[in-house]
Design a protein around this ligand. Structure first.
Ligand code: GLC
Length: 527
């Protein structure tokens, strides 16, 4: 298993609406991604994960699928998809699709059939319940996107369940016909040659068969999103979900070398179960700990240790610094620390996932109220949950609309787009873009960084330091998470600085007490 491609790979998430527009409608598309394939090789990543490109009314921008085996015309055609896959493969890039198994769109023919009558053959493909005895929703389950998770359907007098929008009814994964249909969807794409799936919202897949009320969350604070009022004990992360994942993994394993990633917002001790008994679950249950971790050396050292300790035997680690649901890393940690964060992501042990735009340091964009698109923000305003700010168009150059489109893009560019773009940063040796490129290049040629072991070295003050080792190769990574200069003791012996987050120190010999400038990080190859 050490040679599975995804262990040494770096994944890159493309949000197709925002990557590159090719037909002048202000929304990115597949032809646009094809036109930008050289970017992935220039940057030095190995695999693309595309957020959903399937037919959808776009109530949740593609996470509401109405046809799982067709490409939405907004993004292009099946021919475009095949061309993208072939073009990526010709460059040695893998392509991972986003599979949304938990729910369909309200427009999916399965749901239309299901809601048409109580006796529909597809009634049980979704989760229908009678009103509570006194009227109202069947139980207290809450939607992640605000309000009750139950929607009343006048025509048949029952409620259907939706973990997210009412326009995203949950499928009933206890029904074997649903399971078989969804497995066939997976086979459809695997046969076409895709290299794997990222499984969306996978902890939601199975719900309590007795539909028991969720308990109140005693730690709920008014600033928390409304659905956090309850602990989702019965509506998610049920024991039977692991059987469903094991069966999906069997489908994946019908094809050689495919990858199964799970989207899971769970604490480590519960996350680990998603590797499955004897590793028969997801290859990579996404590790989102860095998305919310306080940016302090001790906190991060502790969470890395906790994660490493919790991993099951043979389970492969992974790290995520940004995605299309959470605020941009640059705005979370600050401009100066974004470089240190890049160094952390690309030198920790395990498969990293990069989010498009983070390589050029895109900030969380400020979206004027009249331009809000995200249904989450519209449903639950005032909590700062809006996801538009991390979904703004990729910035390529200084031309109008930054080379993203010839038309006004669906979301605004960031205020500083004229300097914060791939073209300008490529020409600036000190840019964050070139930092990412150098880090990725080093990771590619040094197995210690790609697949080596991890050993904590120090977490003192603002400094976080660790060793990565493989065979005779040893690296010492020292990161200053603060703005003031700091020092840290090197391991015995000498080393050479291969990279510094702020530049200017490459080639220095390092020994003994290592001095770090504020907001700097050093990657040192030990002799
Ligand atoms: C996942 C997606 C998110 C989407 C939700 C519902 O969390 O990442 O964007 O809104 O599922 O499908």
């Amino acid at each position: 298993m050490t040679d599975a491609w995804w262990k040494s790979a770096v994944l890159y998430q493309v949000y197709p609406r925002s990557f590159q527009d090719s037909n002048g409608d202000g929304v990115g598309d597949l032809r646009g991604i094809i036109a930008r394939l050289a970017h992935f090789t220039e940057l030095g990543v190995d695999a693309l994960w595309l957020s959903p490109i399937f037919v959808s009314p776009m109530a949740d921008f593609g996470y509401d699928v109405s046809d799982y085996t067709a490409i939405d015309p907004l993004f292009g055609t099946m021919e475009d998809f095949d061309a993208l896959l072939a073009g990526a493969h010709a460059r040695g890039l893998k392509v991972v699709l986003d599979f949304v198994p938990n729910h369909t769109s309200i427009d999916h023919p399965w749901f239309k059939d299901s809601r048409s009558s109580r006796t529909s053959a597809k009634r049980d493909w979704y989760i229908w319940r009678d009103p509570a005895p006194g009227g109202g929703p069947p139980n207290n389950w809450l939607s992640e996107f605000g309000g009750s998770a139950w929607q009343f359907d006048e025509a048949t007098g029952q409620y259907y369940y939706h973990a997210f929008l009412a326009a995203q009814p949950d499928l009933n994964w206890r029904n074997p016909h649903v399971v078989a249909a969804m497995h066939d969807v997976m086979r459809f794409w695997l046969r076409r040659g895709v290299d794997g799936f990222r499984l969306d919202a996978i902890w939601h897949l199975i719900k309590d068969d007795q539909f028991r009320d969720n308990p109140k969350n005693p730690d709920y604070r008014p600033a928390d999103p409304p659905h956090c009022r309850h602990i989702p004990l019965y509506s998610g992360d049920r024991p039977e979900v692991h059987d469903a994942l094991r069966d999906m993994r069997k489908v994946i394993d019908e094809f050689p070398d495919r990858l199964m990633i799970g989207e899971l917002y769970l604490p480590f001790e519960r996350l680990m179960a998603y590797y499955g008994r004897d590793l028969t679950g997801a290859h990579l249950p996404f590790n989102f700990a860095l998305l919310t971790a306080p940016w302090q050396a001790r906190e991060i050292a502790r969470l890395v240790d906790d994660y490493e300790a919790a991993l099951p035997m043979g389970g492969w680690a992974n790290w995520v610094l940004g995605n299309h649901d959470r605020p941009r890393v640059l705005s979370r940690v600050g401009e100066a620390q974004a470089r240190v964060a890049a160094m952390l992501l690309l030198t920790l042990r395990g498969t990293p996932t990069l989010y498009y735009g983070d390589e050029i340091g895109l900030p969380q964009a400020v979206i004027p109220p009249e331009r809000v698109q995200d249904p989450f923000e519209k449903n639950v305003p005032g909590f700062g949950l809006g996801r538009d700010g991390c979904r703004t168009p990729m910035q390529w150059d200084r031309s109008r609309f930054s080379g993203f489109s010839v038309a006004a893009p669906w979301l605004p560019l960031t205020a500083d787009w004229e300097s914060r773009n791939v073209g300008c940063e490529r020409d600036d040796p000190g840019s964050i873009y070139n930092l990412y490129r150098r880090l990725l290049a080093l990771r590619r040629v040094h197995p210690a960084l790609g697949v080596g072991s991890y050993r904590p070295a120090a977490a003192e003050g603002a400094v976080l330091a660790y060793l990565r080792e493989h065979g005779d190769e040893r690296f010492f990574v020292a990161l200053n998470l603060g703005a003031s200069p700091a020092t840290v003791g090197m391991p015995d012996g000498r080393g050479t600085v291969m990279m510094s987050a702020r530049g200017r120190r490459e080639g220095e010999t390092a020994q003994g007490l290592l001095k770090l400038a504020g907001d700097d990080g050093l990657l040192i190859k030990l002799d």
